[in-house]
Design a protein around this ligand. Structure first.
Ligand SMILES: Nc1nc2c(c(=O)[nH]1)N[C@H]1C(S)=C(S)[C@@H](COP(=O)(O)OP(=O)(O)OC[C@H]3O[C@@H](n4cnc5c(=O)[nH]c(N)nc54)[C@H](O)[C@@H]3O)O[C@H]1N2
Ligand SMILES: Nc1nc2c(c(=O)[nH]1)N[C@H]1C(S)=C(S)[C@@H](COP(=O)(O)OP(=O)(O)OC[C@H]3O[C@@H](n4cnc5c(=O)[nH]c(N)nc54)[C@H](O)[C@@H]3O)O[C@H]1N2
Ligand code: SF4
Ligand SMILES: [Mo]
Length: 740
């Protein structure tokens, strides 16, 4: 007799948010398929999604807390681990002040509503300004640009993929990544559909990626120069009188300022630097203006460069000036259920404080992670002496990783909330392991904001918490209580109940809230249907713009109603949101923010620079996920993927044959890596996938360490950031390549 059941949930691994169907046999995962009844993903799944069971079963995954004693990690009880933190962490703060403790939060937090709710209070309780995250090696330029243009860092338009006639993709490879800052299961299928309905897809990338090979046109650009290309396209729109604001004329400010600021950047001026012929740039601008609907979409390759904020800004300026902002087939805003009913206008002002060593400005309350090692290694008042990492692996994922590895290794104390002993967490004095994804509930707080269709799905845990484990929410709430001085014994449920009560009190006191003036006790009682972080989620949905307002609108949404749709619920195509969604002080789209426009001359200055170096870029592959899926055998077997891609002409000049080992060196580091010669890469550019380099001692990654690959961030330079966003430069790194 077998006890079989099917469970449905969202895959939490990448931004695509595919629905998966798990066949469970005697409480073991038999098979994971794409959920054909999921209205958003309709059965699509990638090879990573089918490994969620293996991740749970991975013998290397930590089940119990670890404490490091004499360089060896030993399993201990939760009480012992927490006592160790209590004994060693807070005295550092007592002696050196709150900034002596830093926190780094990594990418998987964006996929966890529990962590999203728990991290803010933890950071507040720590009281430190040394807050770092993966955002400054990722999308921070886009958030800065959107905060100026539209008022909010997450007021981010996405390409209306399913209706557009013309899509220009820059620096993204969704055939491998499945998209980013534009949530859509099956990006490849949706791109092919554009072409099938007679539309055009253009890909701007120094490599002829799978996405480029499947597009109508590939524009092989020089790394780091997309901002110039896009600004030149803007200049063409003005020069050729192609500007059209469509229905937004009354809601857009700053058009004349953009016209004036972009005059110097003619296609002919930027041609040599970008490597894109002026005629191509002019045609791209004309085609964008002529298309029935169109969208310019830039991602990682355009953001993790020195002009990332300019590129992000210019893309949305192009969308606005071609009447493609906020209209079907263009760049549109999602309407997530949890979005607050009323938004408060606020002027965005980054740089309210600066980092101690380099004086780099804060952005949305965090500092550039590129300067984390400076803050650890540089002595003086405010030096970082202890670090907490939550779901991050900065030793593989941030620039000048060799220096960071050394810095982190010398900390007085370190705590990691992480399921693996990896390149970063091996340095932790205490590792607190969260349960695996299948033992957690799921709702996409972040990715429903970035979704190309309005959609919601709540999935309960597939399995109960394993014996002897602690939920990640409880781990984080517990740490928060400890940081507040409440000791190791404080019950996380009690701590959370107090914070929920505060949140409810604030909501009923808020005149713009749909429950303004209601009794907090009544609301808390209605939330009693759920426990823990689900209560915060239910509160957000019910007081959101589509919520039931706790009975005010019986047809409105509640978490229960979402949960009743076990395959997820389609809430329709994106709808126009301007002006309601705008929270700039003027209430307009601010097309020419001073902060960005006055920095354009830096771009002009850079255009003069060329050097004889090869330029290093990164790539992603379908079977990897940042730095942490290389311990799953089915995802790493086969031909080794961590190679240096180089053009045949460059290889011949350097005397390299396919499969040879090369030495790649930059200002900060040197690595050895096998070569793959390919004409899919632009001459003068070389490429290494990122997230590899699993050969550090003291890790527990038995599969990954067998074929460790090379950490490309040993070569990226922490001196180089986009000064407007604090984002690291991870693409276009000058390197020398030679035979080993
Ligand atoms: N050269 C180069 N560098 C890059 C990039 C690039 O393109 N090129 N890309 C950048 C980008 S876009 C990003 S997002 C960053 C990512 O940078 P990070 O966020 O630092 O790295 P990840 O590999 O996502 O690390 C995830 C960590 O979380 C742990 N983890 C997995 N699941 C959970 C969980 O449920 N709970 C907890 N607590 N931990 C969990 C994993 O074991 C791992 O240690 O890297 C950036 N770095
Ligand atoms: N399979 C898989 N999926 C993932 C991830 C993963 O690691 N693996 N990571 C997830 C995360 S955290 C993120 S942020 C997203 C990222 O998703 P994407 O933004 O699609 O990232 P990549 O696939 O790295 O594609 C970036 C492309 O930019 C190109 N490029 C490099 N420099 C430049 C440049 O200067 N200009 C231009 N135009 N192009 C350039 C590179 O050649 C590469 O093809 O993917 C997510 N999905
Ligand atoms: S594309 Fe992303 S969300 Fe979909 S199955 Fe693969 S990893 Fe999961
Ligand atoms: Mo990312």
């Amino acid at each position: 007799m077998t006890d079989q059941r099917t469970a449905y949930r969202t895959c939490p691994l990448c931004e695509a948010t595919c629905g998966v169907a798990l066949t469970i046999d005697n409480e073991a995962v038999k098979v994971i398929r794409g959920d054909r009844d999921n209205p958003f993903s309709r059965g699509f799944i990638c090879p990573k999604g089918s490994t969620l069971g293996r991740l749970r079963d991975d013998p290397d995954r930590l089940r119990r807390p670890m404490v490091r004693r004499k360089d060896v990690h030993e399993e201990v009880s939760w009480d012992e681990a927490l006592a160790e933190i209590d004994r060693r962490l807070w005295p550092i703060r007592d002696v050196h002040g709150p900034n002596a403790i830093a926190i780094y939060v990594g990418n998987p937090n964006a996929h966890s509503f529990q962590n999203s709710f728990a991290l803010k209070p933890l950071m507040k309780a720590l009281g430190t300004r040394n807050i770092f995250s993966a955002s400054t090696v990722d999308q921070m330029p886009r958030q800065v640009a959107c905060a100026f243009l539209f008022g909010g860092g997450l007021t981010t338009p996405v390409p209306d993929l399913d209706r557009t006639d013309h899509l220009v993709i820059l620096g993204a490879n969704p055939y491998e990544s499945n998209g980013s800052l534009a949530t859509a299961p099956d990006w490849p299928g949706r791109l092919e559909a554009i072409r099938e309905r007679g539309g055009k897809v253009v890909v701007v990338d120094p490599r002829r990626t799978k996405t480029a090979a499947n597009a109508d046109e590939h524009v092989p650009i020089r790394p780091g120069t997309d901002a110039a290309l896009l600004v030149a396209m803007i200049a063409v729109l003005f020069e050729e009188d192609l500007v059209d604001l469509g229905g937004l004329a009354d809601h857009v400010a700053g058009v004349d300022e953009v016209a004036a600021a972009t005059v110097p950047y003619t296609p002919e001026r930027v041609e040599a630097w970008t490597g894109v012929p002026a005629a191509t740039i002019r045609r791209m601008a004309r085609e964008l203006a002529a298309a029935d609907s169109a969208c310019v979409y830039g991602r990682i390759g355009t953001h993790t460069v020195a002009f990332g904020t300019h590129a992000a800004w210019a893309a949305d300026v192009l969308n606005t000036l071609t009447a493609n902002l906020d209209r079907p087939g263009g760049a549109m805003f999602a309407s997530p259920l949890q979005e607050r009913a009323a938004k408060t206008p606020r002027a965005f002002a980054p740089g309210r404080w600066t980092s101690r060593v380099r004086g780099w400005g804060e952005v949305f309350g965090e500092l550039p992670v590129a300067t984390l090692s400076d803050e650890i290694l540089t002595e003086g008042d405010g030096q970082i002496r202890a670090l907490i990492t939550v779901a991050g692996n900065p030793v593989l994922t941030t620039p000048d990783a060799g220096r960071l590895d050394e810095a982190v290794g010398g900390l007085e104390f370190m705590v990691s909330v992480d399921p693996y002993l990896n390149e970063t967490t091996r340095h932790a004095d205490v590792v607190l392991p969260p349960p695996p994804a299948l033992e957690k509930s799921h709702y996409d707080l972040a990715f429903t904001v970035l979704s190309v269709r309005n959609y919601a799905m709540y999935s309960p845990p597939v399995f109960p918490l394993a014996d002897g484990s602690m939920s990640e929410f409880d781990i984080l709430v517990k740490l928060t209580g400890m940081a507040l001085g409440l000791g190791v014994d404080a019950d996380p449920a009690v701590l959370f109940a107090a914070s929920l009560a505060q949140q409810v009190a604030a909501t009923v006191a808020d005149p713009s809230s749909p429950i303004h003036g209601r009794g907090p006790a009544e609301i808390l009682e209605l939330l009693g249907e759920w426990a823990g972080p689900e209560q915060a989620l239910d509160l957000a949905i019910r007081t959101g713009r589509h919520g039931d307002g706790f009975g005010v609108d019986p047809d409105g949404w509640t978490l229960r109603k979402v949960a009743d749709h076990e395959h997820g619920v389609d809430l329709g195509p994106l709808v126009p949101r301007i002006p309601d969604i705008l929270t700039t002080p003027s209430g307009m789209v601010e097309l020419a923010p001073d902060f960005i426009v006055t920095d354009l001359p830096r771009l002009e200055a850079a255009m003069g620079e060329t050097n004889g170096h090869l330029l290093l870029v990164s790539r992603r592959e379908l079977r990897s996920n940042n730095s942490w899926l290389h311990n799953v055998d089915v995802l790493v077997k086969g031909k080794h993927r961590c190679t240096l891609e180089i053009h045949p002409d460059d290889a011949a000049r350097l005397g390299l044959a396919d499969g040879d080992t090369s030495v790649v060196s930059s200002r900060v580091g040197k690595v050895e890596i096998p070569v793959s010669i390919t004409d899919t890469i632009r001459p003068g550019v070389v490429c290494i996938p990122y997230g590899w380099g699993h050969d550090a001692p003291g890790t527990r990654l038995s599969v990954a360490s067998r074929r460790p690959g090379t950490n490309t961030n040993l070569l990226t330079d922490a001196d180089c950031i986009d000064p407007l966003s604090g984002n690291a430069v991870l693409n276009g790194i000058p390197v020398n390549v030679a035979p080993a």
